[in-house]
Design a protein around this ligand. Structure first.
Ligand code: 5GP
Length: 209
């Protein structure tokens, strides 16, 4: 039986989501969706690897062609998941990981209810701000904008299927893998990470701003 799943992963930028996913991909051979975006590449980012960097006109054309599984605006730019590569991966029996923000995540959950959604929390908003500064890829104004955005996204995390925290990287990778394997086995090993059981942790993170 083909039990391949769409795995939606959201996390405020600076949560270490990229590092967690790189490890998961290496271990599992899952497919990582490459999004289209109208924002420009950051230093070190490559077209066709990190994103397909396209113009707003090209983006709008893809919307008209129904080529997106979902799309959304984020901090003034457009981001979207091309549908075909995801569908191809699933039909080949590979899990497809979508690293997307909250609005897109809810669109996918609605159109593909069999998908699983996972939100990755930072230990605190303060820590997230520190990580963003350390990364130093962004202007001060953009950092503050992203911190404000992060709080808004964390507030939506109770609407995900599962919520895990990236405090120590190794633990976060283990928890992520546990959630995916438990969803596939349809058992209760990852119940403690179900969003309804993570409410207190989510509140703590938001309080610790
Ligand atoms: P960044 O500009 O930092 O790479 O990404 C900003 C936000 O956009 C992140 O939360 C990222 O997960 C999200 N994002 C990246 N690709 C997509 C996409 O295809 N669709 C949606 N809805 N969000 C995306």
């Amino acid at each position: 039986m083909n039990d391949a799943k769409i795995i939606i992963v959201s996390a405020p930028s600076g949560c270490g989501k990229g590092t967690i996913l790189a490890e998961v991909l290496e271990k599992t051979g899952a497919f990582l969706s490459i999004s289209c975006t109208t924002r420009g590449p950051r230093v070190g980012e490559e077209n066709g690897v990190n994103y397909h960097f396209i113009t707003q006109d090209e983006f709008d054309k893809m919307i008209d062609d129904n080529a997106f599984l979902e799309y959304a605006r984020f901090v003034g730019k457009s981001y979207g998941t091309p549908a075909k590569p995801v569908d191809d991966a699933i039909s080949q029996g590979r899990d497809a990981i979508l690293e997307i923000e909250t609005k897109g995540a809810f669109q996918v959950k609605e159109s593909r209810p069999e998908s699983v959604s996972i939100f990755i929390l930072p230990p605190s908003i303060k820590e997230l701000e520190r990580r963003l500064r350390k990364r130093a890829t962004e202007t001060e104004e953009k950092i503050l904008e992203r911190v404000a955005q992060a709080a808004g996204e964390i507030e939506k995390s109770p609407r995900y299927d599962y919520v895990i925290m990236n405090d120590a990287l190794e633990d976060a990778i283990r928890d992520f893998e546990l959630v995916v394997s438990s969803v596939k086995a349809n058992d209760n090993r990852a119940d403690k990470f179900k969003a309804e059981n993570m409410k207190e942790t989510i509140e703590e993170v938001l309080k610790n701003a």
